[in-house]
Design a protein around this ligand. Sequence first.
Ligand code: GRF
Length: 221
Amino acid sequence: MKEKLAIGVLVSGSGSNLQAVIDSIEAGKLDATVKIVVSNRTEAYALERAAKHGIETVVIDHRAYDSRTGFEQALIDTFRSRSVQLVVMAGFMRILSEHFLGAFPMKVLNIHPALLPSFKGMHAQEQAFDYGVKFSGCTVHFADPGVDSGPIIIQSVVPVLPDDTADILRERILREEHRIYPQAIQFYAEGRIEISGRNVRVRGQKPLSDTAVCNPPTEGM
Ligand code: GRF
């Protein structure tokens, strides 16, 4: 019986991506175990989601530390003491520096609700909607010291429809986040992720059509 990948999850808010990971594990689709959920905010609903599934939680409030390094060392110690093999940032609203990332080299994942490198940072869904894109989507990537700039593992493309609002688009993207995040973690758990510089490949990935998609649809062209 293969050991399940031990993951630690960093949250700050609702935790719907955490919930998607938990649900995938409990459905037998994700060969992982959530060892601990760490939030920098006491009021994060993600903590309740974890507790409902008997998962250990801890609040490590960044404001309780007089330095970023001190805060990040507390995170590192917490994950190491639970033998965490992969750190999953799920709606975590703090930037992690080289100090933390150096403790978990290429072992930290993040999800961003846009097609990186477009629309980095906060409110990415609204940025894309306001820009008038015809496609947006979401990205799972390795965290690096930049903002939403690490090597990309998987992306899902989501069309923007004529009657959309920013909220409708956000919900459509969020549904896709909940699919691709567990999938990215499963690829990692299976040891199928190969990294070469910025390029990430998944060994044995299923074939994908090279047919382009237009929005709005072309009419006979
Ligand atoms: C999601 O869109 C995520 O991509 C972004 O924050 C939103 C809420 O995440 N970082 P969650 O529900 O807390 O997982």
